[in-house]
Design a protein around this ligand. Structure first.
Ligand SMILES: [Zn+2]
Length: 390
């Protein structure tokens, strides 16, 4: 192990208890995407923690969504003086503050430790990532080292619902930055996320005509019958070899079994590895046409997050992380996931983006959600090494 790595790791291991204490506190500040008051309490506390670590915090006030935070940490290496290079550009770190858990979940599942695992709503996705970033920066400062570049840490409140209000801020900050590190959790096997699928959501509504199923069947047009044709057409768009998935996840329609149904709706989830597939699917869904005479289709929705492709820039960042992890004594692999994150937006702008730099654990969005406690200081050390070398 090289000296800078050893020093950081032993310092952060000494912070293990404090890291868990902060993590427990943040998990206990529940923060569902839908609850502005709860999110604002969370972001206020997170802002205080960053200020105490010497950062400047801008609060991006929101009317309905929770307030977002822009945290600024100055760089140690005075890169702003170097002309003609990109050395003065900040690194952008992304971390969402919202969780998929409503207020009250904590009462059912309080924070608990079993062996090396700490359980709690939002602990892995992704409050662990915030704690690791905070302690990584604190460790660098405590050791008189500091991040090389200035850091911008964007903490948003609406990632789990599509980042509708934070996306413009994410894209604006990304355009000013050198590279993007996403504090979402690592994969369950510990690998980092070098690619993510792009995501889309559609609603396909079939409209027919209601009629008495016994007395006047010839007057009716069954929206469910129509939708059944469309479901088969949608499922046929799947292309597993290309990583494209189209899932009709919900269907609704009809009123009574003796009424020919006038309306039926399918909710469709789409995942693609690249923009070409995204375009193919989008065109195909919009081109769906009714099969039954007199039926109509209404198609809404679209692609939300563009794919984060396994670009050369992403892989170069990953290689850097792999080398730094080896210096810290552990191996790390390059993974990916079908789930989207805010890294999709920055990668689509061409920014080198490395995701999964948050907590190591498993069970995101599930009651089994947990982090590995022993990994908190180790993953924080990896992040700190990236911050001081990139
Ligand atoms: Zn997440």
């Amino acid at each position: 192990m090289t000296e800078p790595a050893t020093q950081l790791l032993s310092h952060l291991k000494g912070q293990s208890a404090a890291m868990f204490g902060t993590l427990k506190e943040l998990v206990e500040l529940e923060s569902p995407s839908s609850d502005k008051a709860a999110l604002d309490r969370f972001s206020a506390r997170l802002a205080d923690l960053w200020r105490a670590a010497g950062a400047q915090v801008e609060v991006l006030r929101q009317d309905k969504a929770g307030d977002h935070l822009l945290v600024h940490v100055s760089g140690a290496a005075n890169p702003s003086g170097s002309s003609g290079s990109s050395a003065g550009k900040p690194l952008l770190l992304l971390g969402h503050m919202d969780t998929v858990w409503e207020v009250g979940e904590l009462a059912r599942r309080p924070v608990r430790i079993e062996g090396d695992r700490a359980y709690g709503p939002g602990i892995y996705d992704m409050k662990g990532g915030h704690v690791q970033a905070l302690y990584a920066v604190r460790a660098l400062k405590a050791l008189g080292r500091g991040p090389r570049r200035p850091l911008t840490i964007l903490c948003n409140s609406d990632e789990e619902t599509g980042s509708r209000t934070s996306r413009p801020f994410i894209e604006a900050e990304a355009r000013k930055s050198e590279a993007v590190l996403v504090l979402e959790p690592a994969n369950a096997d510990g690998s980092l996320k070098t690619w993510r699928k792009g995501t889309g959501a559609y609603r396909v509504k079939a409209v027919g005509r209601a009629a008495h199923a016994g007395a006047d069947p010839e007057k009716g047009i069954s929206a469910i019958h129509e939708l059944a044709h469309q479901v088969l057409a949608l499922q046929a768009l799947n292309r597993p070899d290309s990583g494209t998935t189209v899932n009709v996840g919900v269907i609704q329609g009809g009123t009574r079994s003796n009424v020919i149904p006038a309306e039926a709706t399918a909710s469709v989830d789409v995942r693609v590895m690249n923009p070409v597939e995204g375009e193919r699917i989008d065109k195909a869904i919009r081109a769906l046409t009714p099969v039954l005479p007199g039926a109509a289709l209404e198609i809404t929705g679209g692609l939300n997050r563009p794919p984060m492709e396994r670009s050369a820039g992403n892989l170069a960042l990953y290689e850097k992380a792999r080398t730094l992890a080896a210096e810290l004594g552990f191996e790390i692999a390059a993974g990916g996931t079908g789930g989207g994150s805010d890294g999709n937006f920055t990668a689509a702008l061409g920014l080198p983006t490395l995701d999964g730099l948050g907590a190591y654990g498993d069970g995101g969005h599930a009651v089994t959600e947990h982090v590995a406690l022993s990994a908190l200081p180790v993953r924080a050390a990896l992040l700190a090494r990236l911050l001081e070398t990139l």
